[in-house]
Write a protein that binds this ligand. Structure first.
Ligand SMILES: [Cu+2]
Length: 159
C-alpha cells in the first residue's frame, strides 16, 4: 500500500541535508527527503513540497524509488482517536500558485517493499509522476529518526 519515488540527478556539492529542489515545467519540487529506518523495516516514508507556478492545476499521482518495490501517496487521518492512513485515490490537486506539502502527519509518500534499509545521511533516487508534467527525476535525502520522523507515520501500516 505504498509507492516511492526515484531517479538519478546530480546536484554537485549539495549535501544530503541541504535543501535541494527539482524543476519540471512550472512545478518546483522542494527538498525531497526520507527518514532512516531500522534494518528490518519494509516501509519508509517520503516528504517534499511542490509549488505550481503555472496556469493550470496538476497533481502527483505516483512515482518510484530505487530502494523500494512500491511507491504510494497516502493520506493520514484520525478516526475515533486512532491514526490511520490510506492511499490517495486521485492524487492531490495543486492549484496554480499553490504549494502543497507531502509531510509527516498529513499526505505523504510511502515507500513499500524496501529492498534495503534507508540509511541516515544517504540519499536515493526516485521519480514523481504528475498528471500533466509527467515523470520528474528527484533525489531523496535521508534524515534521522525521530522528530517528525518515520515512526509516527508508519503506525497503522500492518506488516
Ligand atoms: Cu502511509
Amino acid at each position: 500500500m505504498h509507492i516511492a519515488t526515484a531517479t538519478a540527478f546530480s546536484l554537485g556539492i549539495v549535501g544530503p541535508t541541504t535543501a535541494h529542489e527539482f524543476k519540471a515545467g512550472s512545478l518546483t519540487i522542494d527538498h525531497p527527503s526520507s527518514r532512516a529506518t531500522p534494518p528490518t523495516a519494509k516501509v519508509g516514508v517520503g516528504y517534499l513540497s511542490v509549488t505550481n507556478d503555472g496556469s493550470r492545476a496538476d497533481r502527483p499521482i505516483g512515482g518510484s524509488a530505487t530502494i523500494a518495490g512500491r511507491f504510494e501517496i497516502h493520506e493520514s487521518s484520525v478516526e475515533n482517536g486512532v491514526a490511520r492512513m490510506r492511499p490517495v485515490e486521485d492524487g492531490i490537486l495543486i492549484e496554480p500558485g499553490a504549494t502543497v506539502a507531502l509531510a509527516s502527519g498529513g499526505t505523504h509518500i510511502m515507500l513499500l517493499d524496501l529492498k534495503e534499509p534507508i540509511v541516515r545521511d544517504n540519499s536515493f533516487e526516485g521519480t514523481l509522476l504528475f498528471e500533466h508534467a509527467g515523470t520528474v527525476p528527484v533525489r531523496f535525502s535521508v534524515e534521522g529518526f525521530g522528530g517528525a520522523g518515520a515512526a509516527a507515520t508508519h503506525e497503522g501500516h500492518g506488516q
